[in-house]
Design a protein around this ligand. Sequence first.
Ligand SMILES: [Zn+2]
Length: 229
Amino acid sequence: MNMIRKAACVKMLAADESELALINQYALRPLKAEEVFTFRLAACNNQVDRDFEHFSDAALEGFAKLYPGKSVLLDHAWSSTKQTARIYAANVEAQGEVKQLVLHCYMPRLETNAGVIAAIESGILRECSVGVAVGSAVCDICKTELTTGWCDHRPGKVYDDVLCTVTLDKATDAYEVSFVAVPAQPDAGIIKSKRYGGPEEPADPPEEGDEEKLARAMQDQEEKRYGGF
Ligand SMILES: [Zn+2]
């Protein structure tokens, strides 16, 4: 399944001894507290987002296991420093019903990334996007597994007073995290199409039976699969 991108937000974090012990699992030599800059990312949670999707609690726990060791990338505006931060720990924090994946990140305090650290500390760099993949996406109305099938419900539309949403489950991968240069672009980096991996919906749904729809969807899928060669 393709990578899904979701927005994340930076929060400050002081490195105490226990954080430092986790960081030093990834450092080439033991680092002291004054040598590292640490921050936390409030990544995905279990609430319905602007794509009308929500992660299951189990998916968040899965990402927490997959994320440690992954990189935090800077966008082109900052990439001249060639420095990235690293995720050294991840956990799921609960606030009532809301469960949030929190990523703990560190950067060495070097002269070459002083500018980046200052930008994070001052709030200039604060929007991130996280990339993850899941093995299951289920329509919350009819419970269709959208990675292998499709249904007529569209996320964000209301059917008999029920808003259609999609549950993302089964964490399969966690990719790097990227700082977003222009948070004013709400859809930057989001992969919109075909990300559930199931057959594509008909472009202009005509009146036809389910079997015909399925046959045509499968044909479309075949064309997509082989059409580029
Ligand atoms: Zn459905």
